[in-house]
Design a protein around this ligand. Sequence first.
Ligand code: NAP
Ligand code: CA
Ligand code: CA
Length: 263
Amino acid sequence: MVSEDLRKLDQLICNWLNIVDDILPQLIEEMHTDTKKDRFDLVTNVDKQIQDHFQAFLKTELPTHQLLAEEKNNDDIQPYEGHLWIMDPIDGTANLVKQQEDYCIILGYFVDGAPQLSYIYDYPHGKLYKAIAGEGAYVNQSPLLPPPTLSIADAILSFNPHVLNDETIKDLFQSSFSYRIIGSCGLDSIRVIKGQFGAHINTNPKPWDIAAQFLFAKELGLKMTGLDGGEVDFGQGGPFIISNPGCHKEVLEIMNKGRGYQK
Ligand code: NAP
Ligand code: CA
Ligand code: CA
């Protein structure tokens, strides 16, 4: 049974996402790009302004809620206590900059460490994916069903080849049906959630890359684990796979054979 409070909160977030629809076109039109660690590590005014807008919204509407997010300092955040939002304001920033497509906003809401609400907003395609604890998952207003079971031989797998060893990549290619990568951890995960991909791997995600996936996996019977098969700590991030239950074991066996992967 979903509490009235959770429904109200969901409505509040959906209202905020409607505001995003109004402000994003202008932000994108005025987009300017900076680099962070290196020339491949991009951030734009869009990332920062979306996050600032959400932070201001929380301060007004839900002042006791904490925000752990990519483009801010999170030193004072206590992720396992109270009400916590984790946000990636733009996941797939390189796609936003280079293609103006295949990026999303990721939001996860946790209470005392338990996921309660999740959102992956695919703005360019007008699709809001959401999960509500105890109720299930939706794309816009339509319920999402658990995807059919996929064996590894029938599955498309998604991973970043830069960080896997050659033998591991070869084994994954040979064992699966094929390989695709969207370039957004949130949207690659959505392909698994919808049953289009068998699995998505990221060997070094931060909490905001994977914040929403926990609840989708729980509500739809998917596997979301570390690459050692153990639990992923939502407050820390770390090597992760979200997988169709039909190929999780086989993919992990390959990942852990030989020299495996780097972070
Ligand atoms: P990209 O297009 O920049 O990003 C693809 C996805 O990975 C996005 O969701 C992105 O989130 C996230 N991401 C960005 N940097 C990451 C990092 N250092 N570790 C893990 N995830 C990251 O990816 P790319 O152009 O292929 O690679 C850019 C850099 O990120 C390279 O150094 C690459 O090795 C690394 N990366 C590593 C992994 C991994 O599995 N370890 C996965 C992807 C990228 P944002 O858009 O929010 O930044
Ligand atoms: Ca990200
Ligand atoms: Ca980001």
